[in-house]
Design a protein around this ligand. Structure first.
Ligand code: PBG
Length: 320
């Protein structure tokens, strides 16, 4: 066994020769927030280069992104009104339709399917009178939402609510309506994490009472984390995901082995904001640190990465 590591490090050329982790721009997915209330765009505290935008502003942003080759998006829609059910999805429908009418197949548009930006209490589900999760009604609303997105022209749907049966319910309603070819990218292993803060600020989705531990995973448990991805695989998901990505690296390989499916990682808002804020204090080089974080997720086996920095990949010269 040759235990000399230094000999293959003399310069950039031989170091590049020996790189065994690579990825493509289209394996980075850029989240995008569109709000019915926002006139132009609002910065999102902690998320460098990310804004909550009006529809028009979002289109300008996408035009700019396309020049950097960033074309794969995960859309979050923030409606003006909150309610307790029977959600009005007119804004969702028209925003998606308008984006796909404008950009057609020059972009791939995933949309997050969840209720937390619509419910007045900010939870991802509906409750019945004795404060239990009303699973049937929740699944109905979620699948109705997915169908509305698909009718508006979405390319793929991405359920993030963590309810039992949501992937199956969505697959069923899509297939019944002849949308057999629309893929489901499930947030399959999603923890009740402390790292979603900047996102909830942007999506106005912080729970008004309690927390999400009744339906999101307990970060102390590995078996549940694996089982949750198996659940989505069995229910018909096309792509799986771990979240928060950097804090779930230990799970990626096991999920891949147990399902033979592709597993992505979501570098969540709290993870990205850690880099943003440290860089603002001159404690690290943002671009270099971001690049490192992506390679780490790739090295751990992530097929794709959802990251608030996807639009910066060209600037980082990853794909020279
Ligand atoms: C909606 C949803 C959340 C995120 C993605 N979809 C928030 C949550 O579950 O509370 C978090 C993404 C991020 O923090 O970047 N359920």
């Amino acid at each position: 066994m040759n235990n000399n590591i230094l000999r293959l490090k003399k310069n950039e050329i031989i170091r590049n020769m020996c790189v065994d982790t690579n990825f493509l721009q289209d394996q980075l997915i850029q989240p995008i927030f569109i709000s019915q209330k926002v006139k132009d765009s609002n910065e999102i505290p902690g998320l460098q280069d990310n804004y909550v935008m009006s529809l028009d502003r979002a289109k300008k942003q996408i035009e700019k992104d396309l020049k950097s080759n960033c074309k794969n998006y995960l859309l979050f829609l923030v409606p003006e009104k909150k309610s307790q059910g029977n959600f009005n999805l007119d804004f969702h429908f028209s925003a998606i339709k308008s984006l796909k009418d404008s950009f057609s197949n020059n972009i791939f548009l995933w949309a997050d399917v969840c209720l937390c930006s619509l419910t007045d209490h900010g939870h991802c589900c509906l409750y019945n009178n004795n404060n239990e999760i009303n699973l049937d009604q929740t699944l109905l609303e979620l699948s109705n939402m997915a169908l509305t997105y698909v009718n508006a022209g979405i390319d793929g749907v991405s359920p993030s609510d963590m309810m039992d049966g949501r992937t199956k319910a969505i697959r069923n309603i899509l297939d019944k309506n002849n949308h057999n070819f629309v893929p489901i990218m499930s947030y399959s292993t999603k923890f009740a994490s402390n790292f979603y803060g900047p996102f909830r600020h942007a999506a106005e989705s912080a729970p008004k009472f309690g927390n999400r531990k009744q339906y999101q995973l307990d970060y102390r448990n590995k078996n549940d984390a694996l089982r949750a991805s198996l659940r989505c695989a069995n229910e018909g998901a096309d792509l799986l995901m771990v979240k928060p990505g950097l804090y779930s690296l230990d799970l990626i390989d096991d999920i891949k082995k147990q399902t033979n499916m592709m597993v992505g990682a979501y570098q969540v808002s709290g993870e990205y904001s850690g880099l943003t804020l440290a860089a603002e204090k001159d404690l690290l080089n943002f671009n270099e640190a971001l690049k490192e974080s992506w390679y780490v997720m790739k090295r751990a086996g992530a097929q794709f990465i959802i990251t608030y920095g996807a639009r910066k990949a060209k600037e980082l010269e990853l794909f020279a």
